[in-house]
Structure formats: C-alpha cells, structure tokens
Design a protein around this ligand. Structure first.
Ligand code: F0G
Length: 350
C-alpha cells in the first residue's frame, strides 16, 4: 500500500523514499500513514496475505507468522496465540521481516538495533537472510541464552551495554547516525509488521472480545490498535476487541502512567522477565491511547505469578514460554475476564 511518513513529535512529513525511521528534524518517531483506504483482507492463510496492509516494499516472501491460536486447557474462554513458533521463537520476526527488507531496499549494507535480546536475535536473522551486517546493543539484563542465539546466526557484532534497554537505545541511535547505518528496533516499520498478529487473531472477521498483550516498548500494543482500527474501518470486523496491556509489578511505567493519568516516567526495570525490562516505552503514550480508545485496561502482575504460569505452561502443553509471554495468562486471571479472549504468548527464548 502506498504511504508516507509523519513525525509523531513535530508533524514533519516525509515521502516513502525517506530512508530512516526517525525524524530528520527532531529525532521523533515516525508513523506510517497510508495514502488510500485500507483494503479489506479476506481469509488469511499465509503471512504475506497481509502484504496489502503493509507499506509498499520489496519483500522476499520468507515463511513466518500464521501461528496457531490454541484453546486453553483450563480457562474456558481463553485462547493462546503461540508466537514462539515463529522462526526465531518470538513475535519479533513479524516486524523484522518488514524493517530489514526496508533497509535492504534503501541500499543499506548494515542495520543496528537496541534490544533486551529477542529483537536483536530476530533482526540478526533477517539481516543475514538479506545479506546485511547487524550491530546489536544488548541491555545488561539479557540472558546468556539469548546472546548465544544471536551469535549462532553468525556475522552479528554484539555489544553488551553497561546499562538497561534505554541506554542501549541511545547507543544504537548514536551509532546509526555516525556510521550511516539503518536504525532498526521499535520504530514505524516494525509496528506495521506487528499489526499482523491482530489481523490473524481476527481472521475472517472472528474478533474476540479481549486481546491481552505484554508491554515492553508498547509497539505490539499500539500496532494491535492500529490493525484493529484498520479492520474496523474496512469492515473486516464488526466490533473492536478491548485491548488489555500487562507489565510486571517490577517494571510498570505504562501501568503507572495509565493509573495516575500522568505522562510516562522512566522507571528502573527490576523484573526478571528480561524481555519486557524496559524503563521508558517508546510507544507508551500511543499505547495508553490504544487502551483507552478500546475500553481496555492496563494491569501489572507479580513476579511469582510469572514463574508459576511458566511452570504450568510447560506442564500443560509441554512447551517452554518465557516469563514476559506468560504475563498475559496471569493478567487474564487478575482481570477475571469473562468474554472470549486471546492472550498473545510472545516468545520462548530462555
Ligand atoms: N514479549 C517478548 C517475548 C518480547 O521480547 C518483548 C519485547 C515484548 C513481549 C514486549 O513487546 O516491546 O512491543 O511492547 N522485546 C524487546 C526486545 C524489547 O528487545 O526484544 P513490545
């Protein structure tokens, strides 16, 4: 779909040949704005069936997405969308498949990103597929398994930062500017790729009443809202699901801002759910709007409940899910949701 880019901070407009994901004038984050009416997407059997809802680009059709949504064994109205069945075992591949393709299309030879682990693994993987180099800045809380996964792809230059994700994000931005490298991460093209989870959840118009997503940078949260809005406008779904957002009690800048009605403030991440240890979510304000506009809720869950649900998940399904992922199941219980609900189980890299 034809598009242009708009800065969410200063309102500057860029054409689609603008080869960056941050604003030239103020370094604000950009948003993909489509130039026509979003088409109705029919039945989805394959990730690239949703290409019509993506920024026009030169994408290689690698296989990903189209993950199963299984019935929970013990919670009647709950389904679990198994995103760890993506190529690098997290939902991140959906965004990487879009943004790394864009980097290649613009002629870059290298991409850079900050990450708590999963996004770097995914970007490194797609960079390799597109023949690009990857420089990744990993926060100091990342688990060694994730760092080994990144290295196993080969060619990645892994820089472990002496600090958290927010520090790593600053370093990746700096590096990309100095070296003229395409900055990847939680930015506009990833957001477009992450929309596909909601498209699949509402495949053929079957929208649940609630969708629960974990929050780190809130890209998935704001992408989910964007996708639902597009589907509602195009008539693909009749009613909007409510979006529920979950963080850990030990890292909840979005939940705090939502509850107090104030702007998001940085909070030092103390959670052992390393994937969502993000002190200042890039898409936080957009994420809060997504919750409010859909009459959803933001909730935090205890670290104990994460560990309990992780063990239970392995026992019930014989599958490993990481702590960040099972936060959505803990949130389902805490919110006592009655209507049909899909919890996104985002990753399994532990
Ligand atoms: N679940 C998993 C497994 C993640 O890896 C992340 C984010 C999230 C949930 C939260 O998604 O950021 O869109 O709100 N991981 C990032 C990373 C921060 O670097 O891998 P979000």
């Amino acid at each position: 779909m034809k598009y242009h880019l708009e800065c969410t901070n200063c309102g500057s407009i860029f054409e689609s040949d603008y080869a960056s994901q941050v604003c030239l004038k103020c370094s604000g984050i950009l948003e993909v704005v489509y130039d026509g009416r979003m088409p109705k997407i029919g039945s989805i059997n394959y990730f690239w069936d949703m290409e019509k809802a993506m920024p026009s680009g030169r994408y290689t059709h690698f296989y990903l997405g189209n993950t199963p949504s299984i019935k929970s064994k013990d919670r009647g109205n709950l389904r679990l969308k198994l995103e760890f069945l993506n190529p690098t075992h997290s939902f991140k591949d959906r965004g990487s498949a879009i943004e790394v393709a864009k980097a290649a299309e613009y002629g870059f030879k290298e991409v850079a990103c900050a990450s708590t682990g999963n996004m770097a693994y995914s970007i490194t993987y797609y960079a390799k597929l597109y023949g690009l180099k990857a420089k990744v800045f990993i926060s100091d809380n990342a688990n060694e398994d994730k760092i080994n996964d990144i290295k196993s792809v080969g060619d990645a230059d892994v820089h472990k930062v002496d600090g958290d994700f927010t520090k790593a994000q600053g370093m990746a931005l700096e590096y990309s500017k100095k070296r003229n490298v395409f900055l990847c991460g939680d930015y506009c093209y990833r957001k477009e790729g992450q929309k596909t989870i909601a498209y699949e959840i509402c495949n053929s118009g079957t929208a649940p009443e609630n969708i629960i997503v974990p929050v780190g940078n809130a890209t998935l949260l704001s992408a989910t809202y964007k996708a639902l809005t597009e589907m509602k406008k195009s008539g693909s779904i009749k009613s909007m699901p409510r979006i529920m957002a979950v963080q850990s009690d030990k890292c909840k800048p979005l939940v705090d801002a939502y509850s107090s009605g104030s702007k998001i403030k940085y909070r030092k991440p103390m959670t052992s759910a390393d994937a969502i240890a993000v002190g200042y979510p890039t898409y936080g304000e957009q994420g809060i709007e997504a919750i409010r506009k859909t009459n959803g809720k933001a909730v935090s869950v205890s670290e104990d409940s994460l560990r309990r649900e992780q063990k239970r998940f392995l026992k019930d399904y014989g599958l490993v899910a990481e702590l960040a992922s099972v936060s959505t199941i803990a949130a389902f219980d805490k919110l006592k949701l009655k209507g049909s609900t899909v919890a996104v189980i985002t990753g399994s890299n532990v």
